[in-house]
Design a protein around this ligand. Structure first.
Ligand SMILES: NC(=O)c1ccc[n+]([C@@H]2O[C@H](COP(=O)([O-])OP(=O)(O)OC[C@H]3O[C@@H](n4cnc5c(N)ncnc54)[C@H](O)[C@@H]3O)[C@@H](O)[C@H]2O)c1
Length: 278
């Protein structure tokens, strides 16, 4: 199996290259920055340059597309939005032309709620229901999140037109294993309406890379959205306490005493076998 990994020199990309290579997958790694501590060569290319990506995608079975602007408070909205969309169409078109049957795209939890909050209160500026999951409705409020939602719409298009499997992973906040974010920090103090990033917690890059591997190994026909999360929310408090304190008016999909995670991981677990290690 031959897999193109974009953003390979980045935090998740480097872990993904290691995890895939460990399992004997033939990885074609690319990033605009070089890196020489990975088990694969990183081909230096700009995803905004279509021809370079087309050459790298020749003969691949799947693409893991992680290379994007990752900023959520962009000083330059047209650049963040426009370049992400341009990178995404370049990569998806090249992957299809190169023979890929599976597209995995790094979307973001910010698609379902992000910063900044809207200037005027809006009932939709809260989770539609809890626990959230991959079906939670989009509600982007910044150009980065909007670019990720457009990436998801593009995946639906490629599945419809070319019949490929496509999976948008709405990554929550990620960090090195053991990263302690949150607690009684600004997330909590300034959040009468808690942001999804906070209640979903910080997933380790290592666990995230294992999910990419699990998705590659599983037959997943059609288009789907996954929302993975770690076991713990960012506040380090029981889910029921977070709901009662910050999200009291959100409809619940099961009794509060049966909610141990504000993100429902059951579909990801049953379809791929993946679950977070912490
Ligand atoms: N880290 C998080 O908390 C988080 C949360 C949600 C979603 N995501 C998404 O996951 C993906 C990976 O995130 P990460 O934390 O590894 O970010 P990262 O910044 O460490 O990696 C992204 C990589 O993309 C590359 N890149 C950007 N523009 C490029 C271009 N024009 N051409 C070639 N390469 C380019 C960068 O050089 C970088 O190495 C991103 O798409 C990001 O939006 C990350």
């Amino acid at each position: 199996v031959k897999v193109l990994v974009t953003g390979a020199a980045g935090n998740l990309g480097s872990r993904t290259c290691r995890a895939l290579t460990r399992e004997g997958i033939d990885v074609v790694a690319t990033d605009r920055h070089g890196r020489d501590d990975l088990p694969v060569r990183v081909h230096v290319a700009d995803l905004l340059e279509r021809r370079a990506i087309e050459a790298l995608a020749n003969g691949i079975d799947a693409v893991v597309h992680l290379g994007n602007h990752i900023c959520f408070e962009p000083p330059d909205a047209p650049k963040i939005f426009g370049e992400n969309v341009q990178m995404n169409v370049n990569v998806f078109e090249a992957a299809i032309a190169g023979g890929a049957k599976k597209l995995i795209f790094a979307s973001s939890i910010q698609v379902i709620g992000s910063v900044p909050r809207l200037p005027k209160p809006n009932p939709a500026d809260a989770p539609a229901y809890l626990p959230v999951d991959g079906e939670s409705p989009p509600f982007p409020t910044n150009p980065y999140a909007l670019s990720k939602q457009v990436g998801e719409v593009m995946l639906q298009y490629y599945t419809r037109v070319y019949g490929v499997e496509s999976i948008a992973v709405r990554w929550p906040g990620m960090g090195p294993r053991g990263a302690a974010w949150g607690g009684d920090g600004p997330w909590e103090q300034n959040s009468p309406q808690l942001r999804p990033q906070a209640f979903a917690g910080v997933l380790s890059f290592e666990d995230a890379a294992e999910l990419v591997l699990a998705i590659l190994r599983t037959s997943l026909p059609g288009y789907r959205v996954y929302l993975p999360a770690p076991k713990r929310n960012m506040l380090g408090r029981p889910a029921a306490e977070v709901i009662e304190r910050y999200l009291p008016n959100v409809p619940l999909r099961k009794p509060i005493d049966q909610i141990d995670n504000l993100v429902d991981l059951s579909r990801i677990q049953s379809e791929t076998g993946w679950s977070p290690s912490d």
